[in-house]
Ligand binder design. Structure first.
Ligand SMILES: Nc1ncnc2c1ncn2[C@@H]1O[C@H](COP(=O)(O)OP(=O)(O)OP(=O)(O)O)[C@@H](O)[C@H]1O
Ligand SMILES: [Mg+2]
Length: 374
């Protein structure tokens, strides 16, 4: 057994640690194969990145290259385009000479520096030689299509943390430019996803938005309870420890089936268990989970008003619809009913709450447990 390969959290999962998602994987693979643009949406830490990496592994071959790029650290369109082009160059060629050749052919306006400190295949960085102009930007954005035509292959560019472009100066204009260039690509398609569902949705939620009807939208669902129960009980039993199906289901339920927290809480339970899980162990493990997150929740909520906190408490108490009813307003002291919409909008923007099928949920289920203990 390797270093904790039982319950993995805090990084993308693959192989044995990746469970279920068979339908989503199959759908994504076929979108990749047929060049269908895709948005993937889900609340935080449900498994988007892991899903994309899994589909990439399966779908990739000599005729179909799948580029993965994370734009989390990009602060401007220039940085975005550089990162995008670097990833496309290096990940569509098997040999360094080949991508250097592509770079010379298609990007003659740029010089590029190779970071020799690390693996040159993954760590090259393009440096813009000229003050970035629209024309040069466009060359970078056209790169995958030009390479695809030259090599007679198809390319999928998967962009993780894509919502980041929403924070760029003149974001809407940039979104419009991206769409207008990308929509003409014949051999290149796009898979766009990220951890801030609300921000991503603002890119395409009505017909005035640049990415309106850009492609297919996959709303990732929770991994079903019965999959988790099997996953958890199998792993305990494999290591000679006993857990009942009911106890496993309880773990999943505590964290609303959030993939990452299911794994984390399972790990805390596992660590405490000598032979057999009991109630005391379960409750201690939950306490550890809440304590782990407490400081972060403190920081995220310290500037909220009393009404905003009460709104969160109301959801934590299990109220997901009808928050503006007179009964709830009174019970939870939410202020005036006209104020509720404002509170909701603010908390959505802060990413503290999310809307799922018209219901209001805390973005972070452990925050709910934490609020209840306050
Ligand atoms: N298919 C899966 N099977 C088991 N566990 C999973 C699966 N997908 C995700 N997880 C768990 O969730 C965690 C987060 O996964 P991942 O980073 O892929 O999610 P994400 O949706 O991309 O997160 P973020 O919203 O932060 O970008 C993993 O570390 C793992 O614990
Ligand atoms: Mg992710």
């Amino acid at each position: 057994m390797g270093l904790n390969n039982l319950f993995i959290f805090g990084k993308t999962v693959s192989g044995d640690a990746f469970t279920d998602r068979e339908k989503d994987t199959a759908k994504l693979i076929s979108n990749f194969q047929y060049g269908v643009n895709t948005f993937i949406l889900s609340p935080r830490r449900w498994g988007k990145t892991s899903l994309v990496k899994k589909a990439k592994e399966t779908a990739e071959n000599n005729r179909l290259k799948i580029v993965y790029v994370d734009v989390h650290l990009c602060r401007s369109r220039e940085e975005f385009c550089e990162r995008y082009a670097s990833a496309v160059l290096t990940q569509t060629s098997n040999k360094m000479e080949e991508w250097m050749d592509n770079a010379r052919t298609f990007l003659n306006r740029f010089s590029f520096g190779v970071n020799t400190a690390a693996d040159p295949m993954s760590e090259i960085t393009l440096k813009l030689q000229l003050a970035p102009q629209e024309q040069s930007m466009e060359d970078l954005l056209q790169l995958p299509e030009r390479i695809a035509k030259r090599k007679k292959i198809n390319i999928v560019v998967c962009i993780d943390e894509f919502q980041q472009i929403g924070y760029f100066p003149n974001s809407k204009q940039f979104q419009t430019e991206l769409r207008s260039i990308w929509q003409h690509h014949e051999r290149t398609s796009y898979c766009l996803f990220g951890s801030k569902k609300h921000m991503l949705e603002t890119f395409f939620d009505d017909s005035s938005k640049p990415f309106y009807k850009f492609g297919d939208i996959i709303y990732l669902q929770r991994i079903p309870l019965e999959h988790w129960v099997k996953y958890i009980t199998d792993k305990f039993h494999r290591e000679g420890k006993k857990i009942t199906q009911k106890q496993a289901a309880w773990i999943v339920d505590q964290v609303d089936g959030n993939s990452s927290y299911v794994q984390q809480l399972s790990w805390y339970v596992f660590q405490r268990t000598d032979k057999k899980v009991d109630e005391h162990i379960l409750s201690e493990a939950v306490t550890e989970l809440i304590e782990q997150c407490g400081d972060v929740f403190e920081a995220k909520t310290e500037s909220l008003t009393g009404y905003q906190m009460n709104f969160l408490r109301c959801i934590a108490d299990g109220v997901h619809t009808g928050l503006s009813s007179a009964k709830n307003i009174n019970k939870y002291n939410l202020g005036t009913s006209s104020n509720i919409a404002i509170i909701k909008k603010y908390l959505l923007e802060k990413d503290l709450i999310s809307i799922q099928q018209k219901e209001v949920w805390l973005t972070d289920p452990v925050m709910g447990l934490w609020l209840k203990r306050q």
